[in-house]
Design a protein around this ligand. Structure first.
Ligand code: FUL
Length: 477
């Protein structure tokens, strides 16, 4: 009986699917599944911690003694709990910063934690944090500075072998990683094994031959998002203030992003509508002025962090928010307070989606399976227009007036990024009035309305798109 029922349900769903309209064709550049998962994380932590924490520097020269690394009260679980309580979904740790000191007992250099007093040389900050992340359901990532001011061979092929060995070592011991971060600061003066000189590498990033590093990552941890200055799965948003531009495509062409190994700020900032790679913007910013802990600095206020949230997560990319453990190895209490208050502000602002009580209608639809209601609340579906229909109106109607502060639009990015221009209008009883407008949307666009709007009807007018529309959600707060 059970089996008969099962077969009937299966037949019914096949028949139902057969009646559904065909989905829109994907755009030529779409995200890989691991990039979609990364988009969904929205916000995650950076943790800058190394000898600099003890020397009060931002960039170590490379001649520091491993003995100076001596956190008195490091507790990986406590660190990860802060990240979790702030609702950050992952943690990227500086396994090695520009000074070359390694926070794990690497087999490839003595310039590491194994020669520090921390746990009498038996400690492994990378391993301890990786395990704590797994225990608490936080995704783990690694920052491995390509520039190494300690290593004698920096600038030669021997260093590239060293570097790739470390990538392999880290991925094998601590993977899978959700993201690997390869910093753009490269070359300059340093200790370099005692040479004490200035070394510039060939045209910025070209020296590293990133394709080889990416091959190692794909082999050992295919789901890792590579953040780098070449062949990125995610790109720098062009500033370290946490601001993604309002006009921002997830696509960009590697040769245009980094012509001759140099940053092209305009391309990094806006992406490219016809870019050849899905390389969305990530906004990296520190909770304090510096990346490392300095006792004379103060954390950003919850209000400042809230603005950063709107200008990063709210503009189609992700937020990489840096925390700086102090010399105890702890996140300072005042930073934790700011983080928790920020989380509450975000939760309060985006708790109650008023669109869930609205009646959704659209000027047209692709047909069965792509109806306007698919944009309501969280579900797998999406609304789509027929082939070639690149404009349209979506109207939300309530039985009682609502007060709206934010309009959130999400494209179904599995099929690519499409919207070029839109406006949001509110009905004031007599006529429609524009309350917000924009160009690109992407994974998620949060539009703060200049003034709170009281209305019983909101309309999103899609004025232009690269192809027929595919929108997964509209939410109102
Ligand atoms: C920069 C580095 O030079 C800083 O020290 C920091 O690590 C930041 C995230 O990236 O390029």
């Amino acid at each position: 009986m059970r089996n008969i029922l099962k077969s009937l349900v299966l037949l019914a769903s096949i028949a139902f699917m057969a009646c559904n309209a065909e989905p829109p064709k994907p755009m030529s550049v779409i995200p890989a599944p691991h990039q979609i998962e990364w988009h969904k994380m929205e916000q995650y932590a950076f943790v800058h911690f190394t000898i600099n924490t003890f020397t009060d520097k931002e960039w170590g020269y490379g001649d520091e003694s491993p003995e100076w690394f001596n956190p008195t009260d490091f507790d990986a679980d406590a660190l990860v709990r802060v990240v979790k309580d702030a609702n950050l979904k992952g943690l990227i740790l500086t396994a090695k910063h520009h000074d070359g000191f390694c926070l794990w007992p690497t087999a490839y250099t003595e310039h590491s934690i194994k020669n520090s007093p921390y746990k009498k040389g038996k400690g492994d900050i990378v391993g301890e944090v990786a395990e704590a992340c797994r225990r608490h359901g936080i995704k783990f990532g690694i920052y491995l500075s390509p520039w190494d001011r300690n290593h004698a061979d920096y600038g030669t092929d021997a260093y590239l072998e060293y570097y790739r060995n470390q990538v392999r070592e880290l991925l094998t011991a601590y993977g899978p990683l959700f993201e690997m971060w390869f910093d753009g600061a490269n070359g300059g003066d340093g200790y370099y094994g005692g040479a004490n000189e200035t070394r510039w590498v060939e045209s910025g990033y070209l020296y590293y031959d990133w394709a080889k590093v990416v091959d190692i990552i794909r082999e050992l941890s295919p789901e890792t998002v590579v953040w780098s200055s070449s062949l990125p799965d995610a790109r720098w948003c062009s500033n370290e203030r946490g601001i993604i531009d309002e006009h921002c495509w997830a696509m960009a062409t590697p040769e245009d992003m980094y012509p001759n190994g140099k940053d092209n700020m305009a391309v990094l900032r806006h992406g490219q509508e016809n870019g050849t790679r899905w390389a969305p913007a990530e906004a990296d910013v520190s909770i304090r002025p510096g990346w490392f802990y300095h006792d004379y600095e103060a954390p950003k206020t919850p209000e400042e962090l809230f603005d950063i949230y709107l200008s990063s997560v709210g503009r189609g990319g992700t937020l990489l928010l840096n925390l700086a453990p102090d010399r105890r190895g702890r996140i300072p209490e005042e930073d934790i307070e700011s983080l928790i208050a920020w989380r509450k502000m975000v939760d309060n602002a985006f708790r109650n989606d008023l669109a869930e009580k609205a009646l959704f209608t659209a000027s047209s639809s692709r047909g069965r399976g792509f109806e306007a209601e698919n944009m309501q609340g969280e579900n797998e579906g999406y609304w789509a227009t027929a082939d070639g229909v690149t404009t349209g109106d979506i109207t939300l109607k309530w039985s009682e007036p609502i007060k709206a502060k934010y309009v959130v639009i999400q494209e179904h990015i599995a099929l690519g990024q499409r919207i070029r221009e839109f406006v949001v209008e509110a009905f004031n009883g007599d006529e429609w009035q524009e309350v917000a407008s924009g160009t690109t949307v992407g994974y998620k666009r949060i539009l703060p309305l200049t003034e709170e709007v009281t209305t019983d009807q909101l309309r999103i007018r899609l004025l232009d798109s690269r192809a027929e529309h595919a929108i997964s959600r509209i939410a109102i707060y």
